[in-house]
Design a protein around this ligand. Sequence first.
Ligand code: RIB
Length: 280
Amino acid sequence: MSSIVVVGSVNDDIVASVSRLPAPGETVTGAELGRFPGGKGANQALAAQRLGADVSLIACVGDDAAADEALALLRRGGVDLSKCRRIEGATTGTALIAVAPSGENHIIVAPGANRMLTPDDVEAIHADALICQLEVPVPVVVEAARAFRGFFCVNLAPAAEIDVEVLQRADLVVVNETESNWYGGSLKACTGLVATTHGAGIATLARDGQLIAEAKPPSVQAVDTTGAGDTFTAALAVSLVEGQEPEQALRYACAAGAVATMKMGAQPSLPDRDSVLKWL
Ligand code: RIB
């Protein structure tokens, strides 16, 4: 079993299921409200654990009731939370999410305690792989990239200015289509694999600008795409660290991401290995 450390965010997701996503300045009423554990870091940690890795999460939460709810599924799933710090007086990160019947979403994040993670939190990480995203301060990701010696994966989400040394250090960079356009030519600095997702469309894996694999996610009935990118990232990292060939790993990650869209909420929908294999 591979050991994976995830450095990232923990959020309390407040989800409104709406008949359609509002345009700027528009009010859409009649929503159904739900509340689920989320945050890109937490989602990737639980996804990797459910897919068979031994996972530890480095994160910050507030000292509020939302923290317990946000950590509940991670705890139940067996993710090691001993490096999650509870910050006195801080609010747990919150995401306000609108989901349309197609599964498409809009997300607004109030980071709260996620902003309190510091480079000191990531100085001595020992594991087969480390996964980071950008919902925590960038200096934390930079320090993690510098200090860690194993397989390093960074999911450049949400898009933000990032030091070139992180791109040069990463064995695996994951972006969606929007992020890929946002980063543009700066992704040329990547020396490892670059995975690009296109929702239900074809995902690609490239190295030095050369396509080395592509895969199409299976066709599923999507109800909520929240967490699909996190599942894809975790599945691809786990699979590559386990020694799968890039093409096989990409197909597996596409299937995992697709399965994660079939239920409401980021973490309730994260699949285990068997439920992904059924779609391959
Ligand atoms: O990637 C999905 C996640 O983004 C949600 O769970 C939400 O918390 C936001 O961080």
